[in-house]
Design a protein around this ligand. Structure first.
Ligand SMILES: Cc1ncc(COP(=O)(O)O)c(C=O)c1O
Length: 427
């Protein structure tokens, strides 16, 4: 039998497909990876939506031979998305889950987990933090961070014996001093939400690797079109697909991208047990979003640069924060680490009264939380995202009382600027 007629194992097939996708440029990968030659349906150009909970076979023999068992761990539509995200990030594998927060939780859990199930009770006791306070594991986050992740770590993980340290990660000396032998993880969100601080991924990863800890990068504000953390030392990447990757504001989703074994553990232990599964329809929508990611990002970035320059020149605007402006303290790092500066702007007005007035005067720009889709969305940060934080927490996380987080959409930039201008004129 000739070689090409011999049946290929799924592993061989996956490897060959991945090699084929890896050779493409990003703009081609975002359309083809995971989907060409998938789908299995004859001749269908698009990956089908496999709305199924489980997979049934004619016999136990067939069942045991097959990869697909239950949609809590595998689904063919999600498989296409996982392959696409792994290719776009240059990771070995990816797991798509229900939301960005689910991705953060699963990624952190997998790193902080202790394999207690394999230990006898006597040894388990030795691992419990209350019996050995010197061994309390800690996680380090930056002092400006998406509030959802801040809450998860400081208000939930603290209850299961994990301590969170908050430092200014822009200062690598401060980070180095904070790392000790119990630091298991640093969580690097860059650019940060909402202040757009840019953190040095390679610098942070090198420091935590010295104590055998791990580095997770939240890449939500950049997306893989602008930044690929695995190539500069990150161990795992998390994305809120809800934002730029899907880009159309019609579903939630999250993903973890990284090495094969870590991702197997996340899929078959953490996701299987914890159950934060993405619905196949969301995967289908996000596959569609992915196909235009780099083109959309290009426009988000150019619109943001124009809007940032306009705001920067306006006398009523007290401060503009955009990594693309030379005045941004991390501009040089952003230039080195990212291929463009993103679609998010922060800006501040002089007084709280002006803030309340300004936001109600906007017409085209919509007032709402979330970011990264076609519609320009603005939020008054301390009131809308930080609603449940005490004022000492807002200070600790550098959340200003007069700050707006502005997600620039894909409208004509002249219309966006006109809307800002008319609102500013009236305050
Ligand atoms: C940086 C960052 N990470 C994670 C999340 C959580 O994502 P999701 O809303 O998809 O759960 C968000 C949400 O705003 C975010 O901004």
């Amino acid at each position: 039998m000739s070689d090409d007629k011999r049946k290929k194992t799924p592993d061989q097939k996956n490897k060959e497909l991945r090699e084929k996708w890896d050779k493409l440029h990003f703009d081609s990968q975002q359309g083809r990876a995971g989907e060409d030659p998938y789908p299995t349906a004859e001749g269908s150009l698009r990956t089908p939506l496999y709305a199924t909970k489980s997979y049934a076979y004619s016999s136990l023999t067939e069942f045991l031979k097959n990869h697909y068992i239950y949609s809590r761990t595998e689904n063919p539509t999600l498989y296409a998305l996982d392959q696409k995200l792994a290719t776009l990030h240059g990771g070995k594998n990816a797991v798509s889950v229900a939301s960005g927060m689910a991705a953060v939780h699963l990624a952190c859990s997998s790193i902080l987990q202790r394999r207690v199930e394999r230990l006898r009770p006597k040894k388990i006791r030795a691992l419990l933090p209350q019996t050995n306070p010197e061994n309390i594991p800690n996680v380090i986050i930056h002092n400006n961070q998406y509030t959802g992740v801040y809450r998860l770590l400081t208000k939930i993980y603290s209850q299961i014996g994990v301590m969170t340290k908050i430092v200014d990660m822009r200062d690598l000396k401060e980070l180095k001093n904070a790392i000790d032998e119990n630091t298991k993880l640093i969580f690097v969100e860059t650019p940060s939400n909402p202040n757009l601080d840019v953190l040095d991924i390679q610098g942070c990863a090198d420091l935590i690797h010295e104590v055998n800890g791990r580095c997770i990068v939240d890449n939500t504000f950049a997306s893989p079109a602008l930044q690929k953390p695995l190539s500069v030392g990150a161990d795992l990447v998390v994305e809120s697909l809800t934002k730029y990757v899907n880009g159309h504001g019609d579903t939630l989703g999250g993903a973890i991208i990284g090495p094969k074994n870590e991702l197997l553990n996340i899929r078959y232990f953490w996701l299987e047990t914890q159950g934060a599964v993405m619905h196949p329809f969301s995967a289908w929508l996000i596959l569609r979003g992915c196909r235009t990611l780099s083109m959309r990002m290009e426009r988000h970035c150019s619109n943001a640069m124009k809007a940032a320059k306009f705001l920067d020149s306006h006398p009523k605007v007290a401060k503009v924060i955009y990594p693309g402006l030379e005045s941004h303290p991390d501009h040089t790092l952003a230039k080195k680490q990212m291929t463009d500066f993103g679609g998010m702007i922060g800006f501040e007005l002089e007084t709280i009264e002006e803030c309340y007035k300004f936001i109600d005067l906007l017409k085209l720009i919509k007032v709402g939380v979330s970011l990264g889709d076609t519609t320009s969305l603005i939020e008054y940060t301390s009131v809308m995202t930080g609603f449940d934080l005490a004022s000492w927490e807002k200070r600790r996380m550098n959340m200003s009382d007069t700050h707006f987080r502005f997600s620039i959409g894909l409208e004509d930039p002249n219309d966006i600027i006109k809307d800002l201008e008319q609102a500013l004129k009236q305050i």
